[in-house]
Design a protein around this ligand. Structure first.
Ligand code: ATP
Ligand code: MG
Length: 417
């Protein structure tokens, strides 16, 4: 039997609907925030990710899907969007207009990870990249935007964690201090962290094996090695978060692995049980070095990415979620008279989500369909109704029934629904 690849999912039925509703909510939300949609390729030259994500990272070291195309080029399926968006910004000379670009994207990412709850090999990211401004108020606005997005979806027990890596000067100083501290315990590090020690020592702080050891927990903190500019920048971010009413926790161990981060880094986690193994829903931060690292003119930037399947997992357990919503009306079609089909289309033309039974099913079979579809209302068109020039409308929640004249059905919904 043919089977889907490990670490991928088929989403259909109620889960498919949930995913689709989240996607539509995302597009509306980003229009509200005046962001520009960007679509970048699903695959890019492997080099982009090696340089843009960094060779010392888990993503590039172990997780990429690489292939050689028929022209002999080394290609990689995108493991994230930031590198591709920045490549596009530079290639299309978007910097030459000398104004802020605010992009958002929504699409698949690919990482060869060990599949488990909340961890897939093909998953969906929604994220934003704002390129062209360095302003702590912008960082806090993005945190606010991500938080409100998740809150609006109905995700419970959200927590914002923030930290700062400081500017390049502070960060480089900290890196040396951390390396010195760790060097004493180098032999006890896991194999991966031994490698990280040379390539990307900050990543050791959120190692899945070593990260929980007291030794790492007591490591020097970035926050103690900030220069004055970096302290002021971080204070400003915190001040505006407080003004915006966002509760946050400063987590001095939060470093996020990528080489290009500077200043603000943040995560939004949920302690929702359904996410036990993968509680981080959103990760982001400022990356003032990346555009320059990819041969563009030095340009500050900040962004975040959210894993959509983790949202689906969180909402799946909430039967009352509005994102599960079914259709407004289901037409129980018992005679196959054209009137029933016309009514279905009239309802749609008036903005109601509506559907009808196209199969030759008896009443009992159609009620079974209604149970599966769970519409808000059932409109019954049977022999008696047709002969009398009316329909029976049943409220599927309260189970109350009324008779409504054929030409008053739309009015009825407009008034009572
Ligand atoms: P983690 O620490 O969980 O591995 P990450 O730091 O690798 O996360 P990012 O690269 O910051 O994750 O990606 C942003 C978001 O994308 C994550 O917070 C998560 O919601 C989602 N995500 C990342 N990897 C996966 C995956 N393999 N399957 C499903 N969602 C994922
Ligand atoms: Mg990861």
């Amino acid at each position: 039997m043919l089977q889907r690849p490990k670490g991928t999912v088929d989403l259909f039925g109620s889960k498919g609907r949930l995913y689709n509703n989240i996607e539509m909510y995302t597009y509306d939300y980003m229009k509200l925030n005046n962001f520009e949609y960007i679509k970048v390729p699903t695959f890019e030259s492997s080099n982009l990710f090696k340089r843009g994500v960094g060779e010392g990272t888990d993503i590039v070291n172990k997780e990429t899907y690489d292939f050689i195309d028929k022209g002999g080029r080394e290609m990689t399926l995108r493991p994230e969007f930031t590198a591709g968006v920045v490549r596009s910004y530079i290639e299309n000379k978007e910097y030459s207009f000398n104004r802020l670009k605010k992009y958002y994207y929504f699409g698949s990412c690919f990482r060869y990870e060990r599949p488990q709850n909340g961890r897939l090999r093909e998953f969906t990211q929604f994220g934003v990249e704002v390129i062209g401004a360095k302003n702590p108020r912008l960082d806090s606005d993005l945190i606010y935007m991500a938080y409100k997005y998740l809150e609006g979806l109905g995700i419970k027990n959200l927590k914002v964690k923030i930290n700062t890596l400081g500017d390049n000067e502070s960060r480089n100083k900290y890196k040396e201090i951390l390396k010195e501290y760790i060097s004493k315990d180098y032999d006890n590090l896991c194999d991966l962290c031994k490698d990280r020690y040379f390539r990307n020592p900050l990543r050791i702080l959120d190692c899945k094996y070593d990260g929980n050891r007291d030794y790492i927990k007591n490591a020097p903190k970035t926050i103690d090695y900030l220069n004055e500019d970096s302290i002021n920048y971080f204070n400003s971010v915190k001040e505006s978060l407080t003004e915006l009413g966002i509760d946050y926790e400063v987590d001095t161990t939060l470093v996020r692995g990528l080489d290009y981060y500077t200043h603000t880094v943040f995560e939004i986690v949920s302690s929702d049980e359904s996410l036990s193994l993968a509680s981080t829903i959103c990760g982001g931060g400022r990356y003032d070095n990346l555009v320059g690292m990819l041969d563009g003119p030095s340009t500050p930037a900040v962004g975040f990415a959210i894993g959509i399947e983790r949202i689906v997992a969180a909402l799946e357990c909430d039967e009352d979620s509005k994102f599960y919503n079914s259709i407004d009306v289901y037409i129980m079609n018992l005679t196959d008279d054209v009137f029933a089909y016309k009514l279905n289309n009239d309802l749609r033309n008036n903005g109601y989500t509506s559907d009808i039974c196209y199969e030759n099913k008896n009443m009992k079979q159609q009620w079974k369909l209604v149970d599966e579809i769970n519409p808000n209302f059932v409109v019954i068109v049977g022999e008696d109704e047709l002969a009398g020039g009316y329909v029976t409308i049943k409220d599927n929640k309260t189970k109350e029934q009324v008779s409504v004249k054929n030409d008053e059905v739309i009015d009825y919904f407009n008034t009572y629904y």
